[in-house]
Design a protein around this ligand. Sequence first.
Ligand code: DGL
Length: 285
Amino acid sequence: MSDSRPIGVFDSGVGGLTVLREIRHQMPAERLIYVADLEHFPYGPRSQTQVRGLALDIIGMLAGMDTKLVVIACNTATAAALHVARERFDIPVVGVIAPGAQAAAAATRNGRVAVLSTEGTRASGEYVHAIREANPGIVVLSEVAADLVAIVEDGDADTPRADTALAPVLERIFDWRADTLVLGCTHYPLLRPALRRVIGARRLRVVDSADTTAARVSRIVAVNRIGADEQAIPGAKTLTTLTEVLVTAAPARFRASAASLFDEPLPAPRLVRPEPQPIRVAAGS
Ligand code: DGL
């Protein structure tokens, strides 16, 4: 049996493409729809209630486009909206925090894990929960570096601007004696070259949730028998033929920042405006 419905993936900007890239790598026959909510970028400084509303609007739009599964490829939106989205929608919804937390719990040797994330993700406490759920013996340091998301979105991930922003955070992480760092924002894997420069000869395991999330999606697709069959989709399985890219603002800027992420061309983004979902979740709930 083959299910050729697409998988929906979304983030506030280019960060979620790090997850989409892994999904494509692990499931090359799947059709994908990527949404970048650039109109409301960045999500990090917004309240949980706001981000939850924005995320539910996008998931509603994707559900209306007959997606078979949605990936919240954003830690801030996972923290704010995953639980409600699972109550609200029938299709499977996958977040990025549990996979990242499990990768960190498996990687640490001294039980000291640092998480680098946006303000919203830190305020939610979801990483601390998920890591200590995996192993309650681990202690967690939650760090925030306000500029990093903008640096990546501006296309400056591999520049001295990134090194300068990372240096003080990494000093605190080393002073605290973490042996593992979780990149708790999907924009951050794009900072790996800068991280390597700043870490230098010091020892730190750096984990992110892109491949563990893709592996999770692959398992859910297999268990629920909703995978696409390579033979059932005619034509070449290129990124352009299998992927649709939607943005809520700034398509040209998105295209420029996304281009360097893939070895093959990405389709031109199309502007969309998600309809507000009828029932908003009450503030503070
Ligand atoms: N990429 C996002 C995350 O994983 C959000 C960045 C932002 O919009 O602040 O948290």
